[in-house]
Write a protein that binds this ligand. Structure first.
Ligand code: PMV
Length: 334
C-alpha cells in the first residue's frame, strides 16, 4: 500500500486581476487531501472507497490512468480518498486530490516522486476535468507548498519555478510560476472562514468581465490589485506583517467594489477584522471563504463562528506533496 498527501491553498492577493495578466499570490494551507492506493488482485477493475470506480464520474482519475497506462495494462487498484480540505470552497481541494493521486501513483510505479511532475500532470488532469480550462495556481501551490506567484511574464525578482501551457481549442495560454521565501513570524497565522455558500468561479469571473466591458475605465481597479499584490509580496519577504495585513484589506476593498463579495462574506470579514492585521475574501468570491491574518487566531476563529461561519487556523509554509509513512493502523487494514 502507498499513501500520499497534498495541501489545499488559498489566494492571498490577486484573484480576478490575474485573469487580466496581473500577478496572483497563493499559499499552501494546513488542510490536506490524502490518497491511499493498494494493488488488489482479487478484482479486475479499479475500486474507489469500497465501490467500483466509475471513471466517467472521476475525470481526474480517468485522465491519469490514460496518461500513465496508455496501453491499458494497468494493475487492479483500490483507491481510498480522505482529507479535510473543504470542497467547492475555493481552497483547491480537487487540485490537492489530483496532486496527491499523482504522487501516490508515481510511488506505486516505483518512479521518483517529483513535485514538479506532480504539479504538471495534475494541472493537465484538472484542465481535462474542467473541460479544458484551469489556471495552474492550485496544483502548483499544492505540489510545492509555501508561496506561489502566477503571472503572464517572468518576474526576475522572484524564483522562477516553471512555465505551464495549456491548449484549449485554438488558443494556447502560457503562465509563469514563481516562488519566494516569506519571513513569517511564528506568532502569525491565517484563519480561514467558510461561509458554507458555494460560489461559482465561472459566474464571478463573467461578472467582472461584463463590468469591465461596460466600464473600461474600471481597469484601473485591476491594475490597483496588481500593485497591491506586488506590495504584499515585498511585505511577506521582509516579514512586515502589518503591511501584509494592510495590503490584504486593501485588496478586499477593491474586490468588493468589483462586486465579487457577498453579504455572507462581509459578515465574516467584519467579525474577524477587530482581532486581525488584515482580512479579505479568497478565491472567486460570491460565497466560499474569507481569510484573516492574525496574531490572535483563537479569538478570530471565535468571532467568525459567532457569525455562523466555520473557521480553522492554518500556519504558513505547510509542506507540499509528500509520501506518508504507513502507520500500524494503515497496515491493519491491508
Ligand atoms: O475560487 P478559486 O480558488 O477557484 O479562485 C479563482 C480565482 C480567479 O482569479 C477568480 C479565477 C482564475 O481563474 O484565476
Amino acid at each position: 500500500m502507498v499513501k500520499a498527501s497534498a495541501p489545499g491553498k488559498c489566494i492571498l492577493f490577486g484573484e480576478h486581476a490575474v485573469v487580466y495578466g496581473q500577478p496572483a499570490v497563493a499559499c499552501s494551507i494546513n488542510q490536506r487531501m490524502v490518497v491511499e492506493l493498494e494493488e488488489e488482485n482479487k478484482f479486475d477493475s479499479w475500486r474507489l472507497d469500497g465501490g467500483i470506480l466509475n471513471f466517467s464520474k472521476h475525470p481526474h482519475i480517468d485522465f491519469l490512468k490514460e496518461k500513465l497506462w496508455p496501453e491499458n495494462v494497468m494493475p487492479p487498484l483500490k483507491i481510498r480518498i480522505r482529507g479535510n480540505v473543504p470542497t467547492a470552497s475555493g481552497l483547491g481541494s480537487s487540485a490537492a486530490l489530483s496532486v496527491a493521486l499523482v504522487a501516490a501513483l508515481q510511488q506505486l510505479r516505483q518512479e521518483e516522486v517529483d513535485s514538479g511532475i506532480a504539479g504538471q500532470l495534475s494541472h493537465q488532469a484538472e484542465a481535462f476535468a474542467q473541460g479544458g480550462r484551469a489556471s495552474p495556481i492550485d496544483t502548483a501551490t499544492s505540489a510545492s507548498g509555501g508561496f506561489v506567484v502566477l503571472s503572464d511574464t517572468v518576474d526576475e525578482t522572484l524564483e522562477h519555478i516553471g512555465e505551464r501551457s495549456l491548449q484549449h481549442r485554438d488558443e494556447v495560454t502560457t503562465w509563469q510560476l514563481h516562488s519566494f521565501v516569506a519571513d513569517i513570524p511564528d506568532d502569525t497565522y491565517l484563519v480561514i472562514g467558510n461561509t458554507g455558500v458555494h460560489g461559482s468561479t465561472s459566474k464571478q469571473v463573467a461578472k467582472v468581465a461584463s463590468l469591465l466591458e461596460q466600464h473600461p475605465e474600471r481597469h484601473v481597479e485591476i491594475e490597483a490589485i496588481g500593485s497591491i499584490a506586488r506590495r504584499g509580496i515585498e511585505a511577506l519577504r521582509t516579514g512586515d506583517m502589518e503591511s501584509v495585513g494592510k495590503a490584504m484589506t486593501e485588496n478586499h476593498i477593491v474586490l468588493r467594489s468589483l462586486g465579487v463579495s457577498s453579504p455572507e462574506l462581509e459578515k465574516l470579514i467584519k467579525a474577524a477584522a477587530p482581532s486581525s492585521l488584515g482580512v479579505k475574501l479568497t478565491g472567486s468570491g460570491g460565497g466560499g471563504c474569507m481569510i484573516a491574518l492574525t496574531k490572535n487566531p483563537e479569538k478570530t476563529v471565535g468571532a467568525i463562528e459567532m457569525e455562523g461561519g466555520r473557521a480553522f487556523i492554518s500556519p504558513f509554509n505547510s509542506p507540499g506533496v509528500r509520501i506518508e509513512t504507513l502507520s500500524s493502523q494503515d497496515n491493519s487494514t491491508q
